[in-house]
Design a protein around this ligand. Structure first.
Ligand code: ATP
Ligand code: MG
Length: 495
């Protein structure tokens, strides 16, 4: 390419990027361009190489081959500052918001002077984004922030150091619908008013459409769509470029609800005289801000023995005293916090998959049988792994999620509790997981499923139990209110 005027050249241009981990060729020639003021979707199935590309662009990993050019639009002599926001926060929990922002600014010779200045910089950066929030959170320790507030603080921190490129790797995976919309308003404003170039990674087609104007798609480590206008691609085009099988549209509501043995009905009692009878085979959605669903879930899975919630029925009385007791009673759990609660990071994929079978202890499987069972589940879920002996940390985010679901498949369960099981999972795999959820219900389990994606709850659940924003149970959604509006109203998250 010949020399161009600097304001026409991209902020970021990567060409022919290659990267292998051992024998695994992760990137095999990736091209990517980001213009200023653009919101650019970086798409691809689980394991396609999106996060790896982001790590390379930010210097966290080095490429084996290829070229990266960075050009600031503000200062031709310098590369633009790049900031990354992940689905997990990168704030120090015990420091205040002001300190978390101030900490990235160059230290001066005098500690005290620096502290005062850091606070001023932080206040200014946050006020630009959200003046009301700035007043409220500036002196709070970061651990007291909601995830959305934490992300806003990270973005403010990025702006305070003059970032021109913002890379967001599945930032909405843990946000509620209302929080996602607020984040999008902010991102659009940054792109428009500050000409910041934004890369947005997500598996949620609706969000991608709502936010992005340009789209690049990776498939098996190659760029298959290079900076196409979003409008030029239909959803079906995108799915097919990603190399995912086309699925039939909603095939969901054809089964009879709660078809299992009525004698196995479970009763759930909770605060404010809440009481529900749940038939086996029911898919019960939980909707609303995290605090309400997570308190209920903690009781169901044996993580909290002091709880206002009770579960009772033939052969079951909860709160359980431990997770082990819950598992033995036939309650499976796919936790939302992969890294903290779900994945056994030091053990190979094999042990991660058969872990629940071992705790149940009902079928003392021989090692060889375990291996076979694990291999079967891995292929049924199309879990992309080098070998079942690899550590789970080598899997992409979506494949780690599949690992947690695999753990409970084909076990005789009374109940399976799912926290955002499709978080970070690509579009094709989402459909597969929906089918697995239905398979668990059809096998007679009660499925309790918390999701921040109201659309998927409405599509698959027989009933939805909603909590409002402060975690109070608000009751059932059913009948003619069983739609987005009804749910938004019940959860107090109407847009
Ligand atoms: N440190 C590593 N060692 C071995 N393999 C790795 C390592 N890091 C990534 N990989 C492999 O690289 C591939 C691409 O991973 P990457 O995380 O970039 O995918 P992704 O597109 O972000 O997927 P997802 O949508 O699931 O987040 C995966 O198959 C993964 O197993
Ligand atoms: Mg990723």
């Amino acid at each position: 390419m010949t020399a161009e005027r600097s304001n026409a050249s991209p902020l970021l241009e990567a060409a022919g990027i290659e990267k292998s981990y051992g024998a695994t060729r992760v990137l095999r020639g990736v091209n990517f361009r980001l213009q200023r003021g653009e919101i650019h979707a970086l798409l691809g199935g689980n394991g396609a190489g999106k996060s790896t590309l982001i790590r390379i662009v930010t210097g966290l990993a080095s490429a084996d081959a290829g070229r990266i050019a960075l050009r600031s639009a503000r200062d031709e002599g310098k590369p633009p500052v790049i900031a990354v926001v992940h689905q997990e926060l990168a704030l120090l929990p015990e420091l205040t918001v002001a300190e978390n922002i101030g900490i990235v600014h160059a230290p001066s010779a005098f500690g005290l002077a620096r502290r005062g200045r850091g606070r001023a910089v932080a206040a200014e950066a946050l006020r630009l984004i959200d003046p009301a929030m700035a007043e409220r959170v500036l002196d709070l320790p970061a651990r007291r922030l909601s995830l959305h507030e934490g992300q806003v603080v990270e973005i403010a921190r990025a702006l305070s150091i003059g970032a021109e490129i913002l890379l967001l790797d599945e930032p909405t995976a843990n946000l509620t619908a209302g929080e996602t919309e607020k984040l999008f308003v902010l991102l659009r404003r940054l792109a428009r008013e500050k000409a910041i170039g934004i890369v947005f990674v997500s598996h949620r087609m609706k969000e991608i459409r709502a936010l992005c104007d340009t789209c690049s798609i990776l498939r098996d480590g190659r760029t298959v769509v290079d900076a196409a206008p979003m409008m030029a691609l239909s959803d079906a085009d995108i799915v097919s470029h990603m190399g995912q099988p086309a699925h039939r549209a909603a095939d969901s509501r054809e089964r009879t609800q709660g078809a299992g043995d009525p004698a196995k009905t479970l009763r759930l009692d909770g605060p404010d005289d809440t009481s529900l009878d749940i038939r086996p085979g029911t898919i019960l959605g939980l909707a609303g801000a995290p605090s309400g669903p997570s308190a209920l879930i903690a009781m169901l899975v044996g993580a909290r023995s002091a709880s206002p919630w009770r579960l009772s029925g033939e052969g079951i009385a909860a709160p359980f005293r431990s997770p082990r007791e819950a598992i033995r009673a036939g309650v499976g759990f796919v936790p939302g916090d992969r890294a903290g609660k779900g994945i056994l990071a030091q053990l190979p994929i094999l042990d991660n998959v058969v872990a629940a079978r071992r705790v149940r202890g009902s079928r003392g499987l021989a090692r060889a049988a375990e291996r076979e069972e694990c291999a079967g589940l891995v292929s049924a879920l199309q879990l992309k792994a080098g070998s079942i002996w690899d550590l789970p940390g080598t899997l992409s985010g979506g494949n780690q999620q599949k690992l947690l679901v695999a753990r409970w498949l084909d076990l005789p369960l009374r109940m399976v509790v799912l926290e955002e099981p499709t978080r970070g999972v690509d579009i094709g795999t989402k459909r597969d997981i929906y089918a697995l959820i239905r398979r668990m219900a059809d096998a007679g389990a009660i499925v309790v499923w918390w999701s921040t994606e109201n659309g998927e709850l409405l599509e698959l659940c027989d009933a939805i139990f909603a909590f409002d924003t402060d975690g109070t149970p608000k009751g059932y959604l059913a009948g003619e209110r069983f739609d987005e509006d009804g749910l938004a109203e019940l959860t107090g998250m109407a847009a």
